[in-house]
Design a protein around this ligand. Structure first.
Ligand code: NDP
Length: 298
């Protein structure tokens, strides 16, 4: 049965609501003379990473929060990068540290992440944060997965008892989303299936999803044959495809073929304008959370 009016989940509007909800906490901190601060480390000159870092800096500025970007050349060695992290760990202006990924291939990402003080893990990707998340303990949550939960929350989409199928098992997106949906608490309690490139019968598994989450990195991969009537579809994918009519020569598309599935779904996130805007809002949320935690401990 086609759905007449699917909900197009507006990540920009929800992202604004999340930022608005953080203002009282930011005010309370400012009354104590504390401005939540984020240090962003960018290595090399990958254009997409440069864009993300600029967007993050602008968002912090718009909220009157501190953010400083540390740009290192692509030739930076592991020890030079780790020395900067050590310095930032000790810099009290920064409550959060984010290393923009991916790093140039000669650098070991996990070793770098593990050098960040877990109490300053703004991206929620340090093993300590991820371990706490799995155990259901208080910790900064990975930004994109947390953003997905907030989209579901603000759209009044129930997860309890639902079958959620996550396609993609990366450490920063797929695995944490699956874990969060599994947690025994509100916005969790789903029955979760986690799929990847070796999954057999992917289409038929996806067809069973009440909530289908695509985090694959393949443009328009999920078409209507993967989608059950009335499903909620969350498209995490951000893929650049060439488009000579676009100003930049490319346009952004998701992992879901939006136009192909739209008449089958009950709700869907567009790309751009869905999950993307949430990631930065959750980064702000984590930085505020870490600043509050720091203040409570001092
Ligand atoms: P990764 O490349 O790290 O992971 C992709 C996952 O998709 C892997 O688990 C891979 O399986 C799986 N996969 C690839 N091909 C298939 C296939 N044919 N069938 C089933 N599974 C497949 O990507 P990320 O998780 O980092 O990112 C995923 C997407 O989300 C990208 O488009 C990225 O740009 C976007 N993204 C968006 C963010 C946002 O803010 N909105 C933030 C981060 C990412 P296997 O493990 O077997 O290789």
């Amino acid at each position: 049965m086609p759905n007449k009016q699917p909900l197009i989940i507006d990540g920009k509007v929800i992202s604004e609501k999340v930022r608005e909800s953080l203002k009282p906490a930011i005010e309370r901190l400012k009354e104590k003379g504390i401005v939540p601060g984020l240090a962003v480390v960018l290595v090399g000159d990958d254009p997409a990473s440069q864009t993300y870092v600029r967007m993050k800096a602008k968002a912090f500025e718009a909220m009157n929060l501190l953010s400083e970007t540390f740009c290192l050349p692509g030739s930076t060695s592991q020890s030079e990068l780790e020395a900067l992290i050590a310095e930032l760990n000790g810099d009290s202006r920064f409550h959060g540290i984010l290393v923009q990924l991916p790093l140039p291939s000669h650098l070991n990402e996990l070793d770098v992440i593990m050098k960040i003080n877990p109490d300053k893990d703004a991206d929620g990707i340090h093993p300590v944060s991820l371990g706490k998340m799995v155990l259901g303990a208080d910790a900064p949550l990975s930004c994109t997965p947390h953003g997905v939960l907030m989209l579901l929350k603000y759209s009044n989409i129930e997860t309890s008892g639902k079958h959620a199928v996550v396609v993609g098992r990366s450490n920063i997106v797929g695995k944490p989303i699956a874990n969060l949906l599994l947690q025994k608490r509100p916005l969790g309690n789903a029955t979760v299936t986690l799929c990847h490139s070796k999954t057999k019968e992917l289409q038929s598994i996806c067809q069973q999803a009440d909530i289908l989450i695509a985090a694959i990195g393949r443009p328009n991969f999920i078409d209507r044959n993967f989608v059950k009537d009335g499903a909620v579809v969350i498209d995490v994918g951000i893929n650049r495809v060439e488009d000579s009519t676009a100003k930049r020569g490319y346009r952004l598309v998701g992992d879901v073929n939006f136009n192909d599935v739209i008449d089958k779904v009950s709700a869907i996130t567009p790309v751009p304008g869905g999950v993307g805007p949430m990631t930065i809002s959750m980064l702000i949320a984590n930085t505020v959370y870490l600043a509050e935690k720091h203040t409570a401990n001092n």
